[in-house]
Unconditional design. Structure first.
Length: 95
C-alpha cells in the first residue's frame, strides 16, 4: 500500500474511533480512563483520532472501552492499521 493511501486509511480510522466515542457520549479523558491510562495520557486519544495507530496489544481494551464487539473490532483494526497483513491473511484464508 502506498504511503498516501495508508495515511488516508489511518485518518479514516481515526474519524471512526472518534465517531464511536461520541456515539457513547464520552470525552477523550473518559475514554482514557476506561482504557486505564494514566491521567496524562488522554492526549493519546486525540492522536488516535487524528490517525495514529492503536497498538495491537490494546485492540481488545479499546473494543471494550468503545463498547464494540471485540472480534469485529479486531478485524476492523487489522483492516485499517495493518492492511497489507489483512490482505495476505484474507487471500490465504480463501484458498
Amino acid at each position: 500500500m502506498e504511503r498516501d493511501e495508508l495515511r488516508l486509511l489511518l485518518k479514516s480510522a481515526g474519524k471512526q474511533i472518534e465517531a464511536w466515542r461520541l456515539e457513547r457520549g464520552i470525552t477523550q479523558r473518559q475514554l482514557s480512563q476506561r482504557l486505564g491510562y494514566p491521567s496524562t495520557r488522554y492526549t493519546f486519544i486525540s492522536m488516535v483520532e487524528h490517525g495514529i495507530r492503536i497498538p495491537p496489544d490494546e485492540w481488545k481494551d479499546w473494543a471494550e472501552a468503545l463498547e464494540q464487539d471485540s472480534d469485529q473490532f479486531i478485524v476492523w483494526c487489522m483492516k485499517h492499521y495493518e492492511p497489507d497483513i489483512f490482505k495476505a491473511v484474507g487471500s490465504s484464508a480463501s484458498n
